[in-house]
Design a protein around this ligand. Structure first.
Ligand code: SF4
Length: 106
């Protein structure tokens, strides 16, 4: 167990220092499933690349005119299968209203 923890810590240090990881090392990090440690390494990387004490963000909004989808991606909790009673399709008026709401908010 300690060997694995130590190995993952070394890989995180390597990545946070800006060194390239091999595909095998990247897979080891992915399989470690240690989200907190990955977040910590990501924060170290961000602070190394951008030491200034402020951050900027984009505000992004996708107006989905429908939640009906047949792709059925494993991670998605949004879609409803065709003919689902929870499926919706916005009409043009609803869609324009959502666009106008978004424009007013910015
Ligand atoms: S993410 Fe969801 S809505 Fe998008 S294609 Fe996959 S199942 Fe469809």
């Amino acid at each position: 167990m300690w060997t694995l923890v130590s190995t993952i810590a070394k890989l995180l240090d390597k990545g946070a220092a800006g060194e390239r990881l091999t595909p095998e090392e990247g897979l080891a990090l992915l399989e470690s499933a240690d989200l907190a440690a990955l977040g910590w390494a990501a924060d170290r990387t961000t602070r190394r690349l951008h030491p200034e004490n402020y951050r900027t963000y984009n505000i992004d909004r996708n107006i989905n005119y429908t939640n009906v989808c047949s792709a059925v991606c494993d991670f998605c909790a949004f879609y409803r299968k065709p003919k689902s009673p929870e499926g919706y399709v916005l009409d043009r008026q609803e869609l324009l209203q959502k666009i106008q709401e978004r424009c007013k908010a910015e």
